[in-house]
Design a protein around this ligand. Structure first.
Ligand SMILES: Nc1ncnc2c1ncn2[C@@H]1O[C@H](COP(=O)(O)OP(=O)(O)OP(=O)(O)O)[C@@H](O)[C@H]1O
Length: 255
């Protein structure tokens, strides 16, 4: 499936003011592509992700899902994973499958498969309150993977985690992606995370949010952070930071 975002704009209107959060947004997500949206605070990253995910409607423009006649299957992972506290890890992970009316056998097999994939085997019967932040995030990812979505949407999924857990989760996400090759739209503030994960990075500018540049990361999907690749990794990181710096400074001053 290919996703086309065409001329999307979004204006929020409330009693006090009108905010044009996005304007003239055009890009595609090719089948099995990992796209990362980066940009300073308030540039409209989450708004765009929510529009592609169908949680918000655009004020203008359209999203097309090419190559499918059915309603596309989308899964979203947020920064704060909302697990059902009264359900075990396993029951949380298979929630979407149950909703779809999957058979008992399918629920059992897929649930276990994705729990194993995110490294939560042994914790199937644990409840969310017994899990660390990183483990909750893994459970949320397994829940999203379990419905085998056409598109995985992730909005700063690791930003509430400590730096070391975050690095490990990035590595695991890449391993999972190499196995599943799911088309993914991923939002982050973090430039290194973007260069580490993306096939293409979309850099947004703010007020209103428009696409400043789309950068193809021409590096193999494994070992990007290795010593041999350091120079190229830094080249991409610097290129993106140069595009964002001015807007980020403005965002800082505006608070
Ligand atoms: N429901 C809303 N009502 C009014 N304005 C909104 C609403 N949601 C977002 N905005 C505004 O739209 C702009 C983009 O917000 P959005 O949250 O998408 O940015 P972001 O890039 O994800 O920011 P951050 O990185 O800080 O999470 C901001 O100016 C924000 O204040």
């Amino acid at each position: 499936m290919r996703i086309v975002v065409e001329n999307v704009a979004k204006t929020f209107i409330d009693s006090k003011r009108e905010v044009t959060a996005l304007q003239n947004i055009n890009f595609s997500i090719e089948n099995q592509e990992f796209i990362v949206l980066v940009g300073p605070s308030g540039c409209g990253k989450s708004t765009l992700l929510n529009i592609v995910g169908g949680l918000l409607s655009p004020s203008d423009g359209s999203i097309y899902f090419e190559g499918t006649n059915d309603k596309p299957n989308l899964a979203i992972v947020f920064q704060e994973i909302a697990l059902f506290p009264w359900r075990t890890v396993f029951e949380n992970v298979v929630y979407g499958l149950e909703e779809k009316g999957a058979s008992k056998q399918e629920i059992q097999e897929k649930g276990q498969h994705y729990i194993n994939m995110v490294g939560l085997n042994g914790f199937e019967k644990a409840y969310p309150k017994q899990l660390s932040g990183g483990m909750k995030q893994r459970a949320g990812i397994a829940r999203a993977l379990c419905i085998e979505p056409d598109l995985l949407l992730m909005d700063e999924p690791f930003s509430a985690l400590d730096a070391q857990t975050r690095t490990l989760m990035q590595e695991e996400l890449l391993t999972i992606w190499n196995r599943t090759k799911l088309s993914t739209l991923y939002v982050t503030h973090n430039i290194q995370e973007a260069v580490y994960l993306a096939d293409r990075v979309i850099v947004l500018s703010r007020h209103p949010g428009t696409i400043k540049q789309i950068i193809q990361i021409d590096m193999p999907k494994t070992g990007r952070d290795s010593v041999q690749n350091r120079e190229q990794f830094e080249k991409y990181s610097n290129q993106i930071w140069d595009l964002i710096r001015h807007d980020a400074q403005e965002a800082l001053l505006e608070g």
